[in-house]
Ligand binder design. Structure first.
Ligand code: ATP
Length: 443
């Protein structure tokens, strides 16, 4: 796209600020109506035949759920909870689409199983990132608000007492292993071991060793609970090893895509060849869309995240970047300010591709297509990235940037893997913007 169009789009963002703020954002009323319709549709992952009362949850937990404005269970909650709460406890390997309520499924299991009179660690939840561990902790505390539950966050730089007596520990594998080995956490009463984003937690390229070694420190009869939206074949056997004789809830690849996420791509190859900053100029050209509500831009490398954030900030675009090289306190500040809506655009790497739940994110950009460490297409990471939008019945948009034949091939492979069409956006930025705006509003 030409420089002139990029400048023009900057002018546009001034002219349509009011327009953007009103007509594109779904009103809260329309979101609630749409959700009720979806929860009444038996084919929706948000549907359930039962009410929360019929799931046999303690009234203190029902109070917590209703206080969080949860009207009915989602499909994964309705199917997983009865199996997770049966006695004697059985292990679980569960799968459900992104944004369909897996956190509440394991949180309610934990809050139902702990002995509140025993002031000792009884449940351990591991997350692959600091950000997700902090988010999950907040969900558990909110859900257990009307109980006497006590919790401890086991992540880097947390000030912990010499001995932790909380009922529930939520943390990241390295920190938790260290605390158990140093006997700050006594594992002898732990009866629930939950791995969220479990495929990533068990993957040899991921945190596989730590998660599996940690299990050896726990009581043998501990109930193992594994949740994720994706379960690549190579990881499934690790799941069965760590969680023998488990109940299983699985989906086929073609069931994994969330209908509410409209998937597009921009073919940067077809733009004028002399401008080597095509991708960046198109990203800036889309800026007014990125700030309709909030958006997350995924890149491959930390340096790219910092570089784009720097360049866009120089143009007075409110953009923040987050990646693993930042100090813990900086990471917390960036994600908390983004979650509070103080910044509209977050540029990040795969460090928060999974689990992060921010309702106002209505657009995800794959500035770099996700590939594994060998450069091969990474459909699981793709699904988790775009799953940061279109959550629990909301509408979301994802836009892939294709800049050469390799990235086009990666995208085609991922499209075939999920059997879900990705729609080409026109080269003309104004037309592309209209199409995306329409998709953001579609039900
Ligand atoms: N029964 C429910 N009714 C209404 N909202 C719900 C319900 N269950 C969960 N939610 C909300 O839906 C959103 C998504 O839930 P959650 O983050 O648990 O999804 P997830 O399945 O873990 O997604 P991911 O695979 O991306 O981690 C959250 O904001 C949560 O508060």
């Amino acid at each position: 796209m030409s420089q002139q169009a990029a400048d023009q789009s900057t002018e546009q963002e001034v002219l349509t600020a009011e327009e953007r703020a009103t007509d594109l954002l779904e009103s809260s009323y329309s979101v609630v109506v749409k959700l009720a319709d979806q929860q009444a549709d038996a084919s929706s992952p948000l549907y359930s035949a039962k009410s929360f009362e019929e799931l046999g949850l303690h009234e203190d937990l029902l109070k917590g759920i209703y206080n969080m404005k949860f009207a009915k269970p989602s499909k994964i909650q309705e199917r997983a909870l009865p199996l997770l709460l049966q006695n004697p406890p059985r292990n679980m390997i569960a799968q459900s689409q992104s944004g369909t309520g897996k956190t509440a499924a394991f949180a309610l299991t934990i809050l139902s199983r702990i002995n509140y009179d025993l002031h000792a660690p009884q449940a351990l939840v591991l997350s692959p990132s600091r950000e997700l561990a902090r988010q999950t902790m907040e969900v558990i505390q909110e859900m257990g608000k009307f109980t006497q539950v006590t919790t401890t966050q086991a992540i880097k730089d947390e000030n912990l007492p010499p001995r932790v007596n909380s009922h529930i520990i939520v943390g990241t594998p390295g920190t938790v292993s260290d605390l158990i080995k140093r006997r700050v956490i006594d594992a002898k009463n732990i009866r629930l071991y939950v791995l969220d984003e479990a495929d990533n937690m068990l993957d040899m390229q991921g945190l596989g060793d730590q998660s599996r070694n940690l299990k050896r420190l726990l009581p043998r009869d501990c109930q193992i609970v594994l949740f994720s939206a994706t379960w690549a074949d190579r990881v499934r056997q690790f799941a069965h090893e760590i969680a023998p004789h488990a109940n299983e809830i699985t989906l086929k690849p073609e069931e994994l895509s969330v209908d509410g996420i409209k998937q597009f791509y921009v073919d940067c190859r077809s733009q004028s060849k002399e401008n080597k900053n095509q991708k960046y100029d198109i990203l800036v050209g889309l800026y007014s869309l990125l700030t309709v509500s909030q958006s997350i831009i995924f890149v491959k490398k930390r340096e790219t995240a910092d570089e784009i954030a720097q360049k866009m900030s120089e143009k007075h675009h409110a953009v923040v970047s987050l990646h693993g090289k930042l100090e813990a306190a900086q990471r917390d500040e960036v994600i908390d300010s983004f979650r509070a809506g103080k910044s509209k655009v977050l540029i990040t790497t795969n460090v928060i591709a999974r689990g992060i739940d921010i309702a106002n994110v209505n657009m995800v950009v794959n500035y770099d297509m996700p590939t594994d460490q060998y450069g091969r297409p990474d459909p699981e990471t793709y699904l988790h990235r775009i799953g940061r939008t279109g959550r629990f019945g909301r509408t979301g948009v994802s836009v892939n940037f294709v800049h050469d034949n390799k990235s086009m091939q990666v995208m085609n492979d991922i499209e075939a893997h999920f059997d879900r069409k990705m729609v080409a956006l026109p080269d003309d930025l104004d037309e592309a913007e209209e199409i995306i705006k329409k998709a953001m509003k579609s039900t």
